[in-house]
Design a protein around this ligand. Sequence first.
Ligand SMILES: [Zn+2]
Length: 313
Amino acid sequence: MPDRDPSRIPYRRRQPPPAPRRRPAARPPRPDNHDWYAMRRRRRRRRMGRGLLWAVILILLAAATLAVLWPTLHPADDPARTAPQPAAANAIPEDTRPVVAIDPGHGGVDRGSEGPGFGEYEMTWRTANDLADLLEADGRLRPCLTLTETESQDPDSPRIMPSERARRAAEAGAALLLSIHGNSDPVYGASGYECYAIPVGRDHHDESLRFAQLVAAKFGALGQRLRGADGVKYIFYDQDDNKYERDATDTDVYTDPTFGVLEYAECPAILSEQCFLTDSADVDLLGDEDGCQLAARQYYEAICQWFGLEPAV
Ligand SMILES: [Zn+2]
């Protein structure tokens, strides 16, 4: 086997020596593996502690909020709310008492009759208020005056027409209307009691007549002389505006107008001539301060009778 010619030995480039394998850099030595894990555990415990604390705080806050809001959300569960509430008590209940309209027959520039005692405007105002006080004290009926104090007592206040006073009574829902007046007869010195009912053939005549008879009977029982037939009359104005009267025993129908307050009344009504302001005996009995109270008492008892009630005060 021929020797190999060294020159023919293929050239082989010398390979650089392989780089030494780089060993991965050693991790920096942990200071102390045991301490590091302990520290993590401590951190984890602290985090868990804080979380638990927040959870407890949130639960307490939620419980407190619920305690505050619970009565609002469940009113029936709150015993204080099942009791009658002040708000309900403050609501104004509807006043269903029958209304009694009281008309002080004169006032303002319309002073009415005069005599030794009160003027008619003052006597009617006092009596109307005494009667209103009795009805309020009774509580079953609701008084309503057709004039204000200024309209009654201020001498400069304009006259409130009878038709307007009747309208005010109707507006108040009156079941009954009493117009209070004082009589006058400076020439012949007449005295006694009389009242006027809504005439025959007109709305509310029957109940008006019944009320007039009840009132007249009360004044008669005081010893007052009842004028006409049992103190009850009808009055009319003819075409020439002259007045003419009829006793309540007259059942004929007259079409002439009567007193304005009776003409325009929308409920049973009477006009009462409480006493003669020109007669001292009448004034002593029914026209002074005590007399107004005594008269108011008679009206009150007659009103109770008309409504079928026993006097309660
Ligand atoms: Zn009068």
